[in-house]
Design a protein around this ligand. Structure first.
Ligand code: ZN
Ligand code: FE
Length: 256
């Protein structure tokens, strides 16, 4: 296995195209736009070796076809015909090896944001698209609160030190909401201070870690008394199970 680093390429207003690279090659996760990838490959003299897709939304797969015109590479993604370019369709628990890098990833099906969303977990990294964000979670476009809850519960089983590479820079607005839900959370204040510093320097707040998410992310903390109390207040009735707590705070966030 070669030494590698993971570099964020910006796309649109707040997407990140996560790029695994070494001295000669690169693989990209969720290339919503080909341009920033092609510019980066050219500038750094890198050869593209693979594309990973977490879900079918255009801001994550829109660059696939243009990239494939320049380089015929395998595209790893979910069983979803809406992503026509996928060459290797992967289901829950399957493993894949990233070409050239030799990194092994386990695929996790994590529906909620979309019906067929997957994550890639391996080598101390989690590429989770729009299901889990730093201090937040994705909107429920095609899934139910139960599905999102089950998917997040699945994700938190990865080791605490796992670096969490999410699809968007939403951290500061997620923190603003999390403070309303979980006002006494001290870890949240620390993450806010650091996130502000990074954004003031125009730096990404990502990757996060799973330990940080467990400590600060209200959608992973639906069993915490403070979160239950805030969700119940929003819902106007006592909520007892974590799925209804998640449903309430997800709806609250939509209107926040
Ligand atoms: Zn999405
Ligand atoms: Fe997205």
């Amino acid at each position: 296995m070669s030494a590698f680093e993971v570099v964020p390429l910006r796309a649109f207003t707040d997407n990140y195209i996560w790029t695994i690279r070494d001295a000669g090659c690169a693989a990209v996760a969720d290339p919503g736009d080909a341009r920033p990838v092609l510019d980066y490959l050219k500038r750094e003299k890198l050869r593209l070796v693979a594309i990973l897709n977490t879900h079918h939304h255009a801001d994550h797969v829109g660059g696939n076809s243009e990239l494939l015109k320049h380089c015929k590479v395998p595209v790893f993604g979910p069983h979803d015909p809406r992503i026509t370019e996928v060459t290797h369709r992967l289901a829950d628990g399957e493993r894949m090896t990233l070409p050239h890098f030799g990194l092994e990833f386990e695929v996790m099906e994590i529906p909620g944001h979309t019906r067929t969303h997957i994550a890639f977990h391996g080598a101390g990294m989690l590429f989770c698209g729009d299901t889990l964000f730093a201090v937040g979670c994705g909107r429920l476009f095609e899934g139910t609160p139960q599905q999102m809850h089950d998917s997040l519960t699945k994700l938190i089983r990865v080791p605490d030190a796992t670096r969490v590479y999410c699809g968007h820079e939403y951290t500061l607005s997620n923190i603003r909401f999390a403070k309303a839900v979980d006002p006494n959370n001290r870890a949240l204040r620390q993450v806010e201070t650091r996130a502000r510093q990074l954004r003031d320097q125009d730096q990404p707040t990502l990757p996060s870690t799973m330990a940080q998410e467990k400590a600060t992310n209200p959608f992973l903390r639906c069993r915490e008394p403070d979160v239950i109390a805030a969700a119940s207040k929003y819902a106007g009735k006592p909520l007892t199970d974590p799925v209804s707590v998640l449903a309430a705070i997800r709806e609250w966030k939509n209107n926040f």
